[in-house]
Design a protein around this ligand. Structure first.
Ligand SMILES: [Zn+2]
Length: 476
């Protein structure tokens, strides 16, 4: 097939995570031209402003560049910030007029270290103009010394965001222009400073999110969008004043993190501001503390109590029924004693219970009957605890203890659509663990937001299908 006559003869492939302006500069360099000349009279004007090229360029630029280079429009869009909606941003540029709504939707909808609602409330709109999550109020141009030393140097799009401390490819610190200039003035090559320890783990997660769209966290694999919101929420929690937090455990957790990070609490902030509006040296300390917090959670030295907390810790080992222990042969005297006192009754009850247990291990109906009986015998014990007992101690398959679609008492069961609290109650009443229910509903809501663009998830109503899906996930 003949290539299009409009195709440029030389067009290097875009690098991984490379920004649009960086790629165009590389192409222009091949022709000894300016980017503005390359784009022609109609689009050339915007090339004067590289931030426009990398943020939200007019859509026609993608069509033109795709024709000239053969690179797909989707790949070209991903080289701009607007192409990172909905993974990294809910919208770009932020369209919501209300900064508070934008902040509380992205940052506070979930929680990590603190239980939901424990974080101090602020009026974000009162602060200096906030452009949305991850967009710094003061742009800092940072560069990777190893990328810069390559033959055809490239710039990554995320370098200008306070999302990482290091280059995700070379795993070394990104340096500011001032730091590089200082090295050059001393006639030195800027030396790469490796990213190590907990920060390397955190930045590894961000790399997975940007490259693969999902992140393998210790508790479970999550969508990239969940990871970015989790990280942004964690940074916010770390920026809170300890004295404003009521629960003692919340203060203690933050104290522990700052002590382990070797920094003053709140990275020395005295007046709260959204993360994006803080200076880079403070953002860097907060990112380091977030990495320490994740490491402490993995080691179970802190308990993240937030709705997203469980994804940071490995699930506790679930005991599995490993069969009945062989019964020791009864002593003759015991047998005699029993047979003398209650010969038929005990033998009969034991045989009946054993038969019931055997049936419940292979048939859901007797299994559910057993759960109902235990509930009737002791109404004070949590149903989740009884369910756990039947699964781990008696060896009943967990899926048997999920009730069938028809509720036992249809008159009392609310009909769909369900609100979030009603959904939680239904699932908890069905015997699912409370923490598991909270976690799955949170993740489910996060996915709705990302995959279907539902922004006001607080008003979302769950359908019967949603209930089925959540039941299936919880039974895994
Ligand atoms: Zn690099």
């Amino acid at each position: 097939m003949r290539s299009s006559p409009r195709r440029w003869p030389l067009h290097p492939t875009p690098g991984e995570l490379e920004s649009m302006s960086s790629w165009l500069v590389r192409i222009a360099r091949l022709y000894g031209a300016r980017v503005a000349d390359l784009l022609g009279p109609n689009l050339g004007a915007i090339a004067q402003h590289s931030h426009v090229l990398d943020e939200d360029p007019p859509p026609e630029i993608f069509t033109v560049l795709s024709e000239r280079t053969g690179v797909g429009v989707a790949q070209l869009r991903a080289m701009t910030l607007s192409g990172w909606v909905p993974w990294l941003f809910d919208a770009y540029p932020a369209t919501q007029r209300d900064a508070d709504e934008m902040f509380y939707t992205y940052v506070r909808q979930d929680s990590v270290l603190l239980a939901l609602g424990e974080a101090t409330q602020f009026q974000v709109a009162r602060h200096r103009h906030w452009r949305g999550p991850w967009i710094p109020a003061e742009p800092t141009t940072r560069t990777c010394p190893l990328c810069a030393a390559e033959f055809d140097p490239r710039r990554a799009l995320y370098w200008d965001l306070p999302l990482t401390i290091g280059c995700l490819e070379h795993r070394c610190r990104l340096e500011t222009g001032g730091q590089i200039l200082a090295a050059v003035m001393k006639d030195e090559q800027p030396q790469p400073v490796p990213i190590t320890g907990p920060l390397a783990v955190l930045e590894g997660y961000t790399h997975q999110a940007l490259i693969g769209g999902q992140v393998e966290l210790p508790g479970r694999t999550v969508h990239a969008g969940i990871w970015f919101r989790l990280l942004r929420c964690l940074l916010d929690e770390l920026s809170l004043a300890l004295t404003t937090l009521r629960p003692l455990h919340a203060r203690h957790t933050l104290e522990q993190i700052w002590a382990a990070a070797g920094e003053r609490e709140r990275a020395g902030i005295t007046v709260w501001a959204p993360y994006e509006n803080l200076p880079w040296n403070i953002q860097e300390k907060l990112l380091n503390a977030a990495a320490v917090a994740i490491a402490l959670a993995v080691q179970r030295r802190i308990i993240p109590r937030g709705s997203l907390g469980p994804v940071l810790t490995e699930p506790a080992h679930a005991p599995v029924y490993d069969g009945d222990a062989p019964r020791p042969p009864q002593r003759r005297q015991d047998r005699l004693h029993r047979s003398e006192n209650a010969p038929d009754l005990m033998t009969g009850v034991n045989a009946w219970i054993n038969a019931w247990i055997n049936a419940a291990r292979s048939d859901p109906e007797p299994a559910r009957g057993m759960l109902r009986t235990l509930t009737a015998l002791d109404p004070h014990t949590d149903i989740a605890e009884r369910r756990r007992f039947l699964i781990s101690e008696i060896g009943i398959p967990p899926e048997f203890l999920t009730p069938p679609n028809t509720p036992t008492n249809p008159g009392r069961r609310p009909r769909p659509p369900y609100t979030r609290p009603v959904m939680r109650t239904i699932l908890e009443t069905e015997g699912f663990d409370r923490d598991d229910v909270t976690r799955e509903i949170t993740l489910f809501i996060g996915e709705l937001r990302l995959l279907h663009g539902i922004t006001d998830t607080r008003r979302y109503r769950f359908s019967g299908d949603d209930l089925e899906q959540l039941r299936a996930r919880l039974s895994l």
